[in-house]
Design a binder for this molecule. Structure first.
Ligand code: SF4
Length: 176
């Protein structure tokens, strides 16, 4: 009986086109690659209701330049967005509208509570103000402040990007 062949030895290429290809090809897991792509291609839907919106506007200006994080282009329909930024006070009358916007947002989707009013109702302690949007929709990241500084919003955005990268993006394999 013939002896089994030994396993092939790895070939080291030190010159020519194949050597160049070795530097150009990156091997990774599909899940990590999708996570990387998703976290740098965020399309925010600004649900802006009050004064925090001024800070949101400054995020796209050159000193802060949110485009560095791949999250500049706002979409004004939830069907083309994946991040709902709730910016400002949400009243009880606006709450069903926010809930519907969240339901219409494409999957996968994330939510940022932008400022004290969206996170907790802020200093409004009355029957007309929703004391935190997490009473009606799930929130992924809270940005504190009244209003939050743009640096704080960028910090929250980076925290969300880390969360997106860690999430599973591909369905689990079927049971064997
Ligand atoms: S957190 Fe402050 S700045 Fe933002 S909407 Fe509320 S009151 Fe206005």
């Amino acid at each position: 009986m013939a002896k089994p062949l030994p396993p092939p030895r790895p070939r080291v290429v030190s010159s020519g086109e194949e050597a160049l290809l070795g530097d150009a090809v990156v091997l990774t897991q599909l899940d990590k690659a999708i996570g990387w792509a998703r976290k740098y291609s965020i399309f925010p839907y600004p649900f802006a209701t009050a004064c925090c919106a001024m800070e949101y506007m400054s995020l796209s200006m050159s000193p802060y330049d949110i485009d560095r994080f791949g999250a500049l282009l706002p979409r004004f329909t939830p069907r083309q967005a994946d991040l709902i930024m709730v910016i400002g006070t949400v009243t009880m009358r606006q709450a069903p509208i926010l809930k519907r916007v969240w339901e219409q947002t494409a999957e996968p989707k994330w939510v940022m509570a932008f400022g004290a009013c969206a996170s907790s109702g802020g200093f409004y302690d009355n029957y007309t103000t929703l004391p935190g949007i997490d009473l009606i929709i799930p929130v992924d990241v809270y940005v504190p402040g009244c209003p939050p500084r743009p640096e704080g919003v960028l910090d929250g955005l980076m925290a969300l990007q880390r969360k997106i990268q860690r999430q599973p993006h591909t369905p689990p394999p079927p049971p064997a």
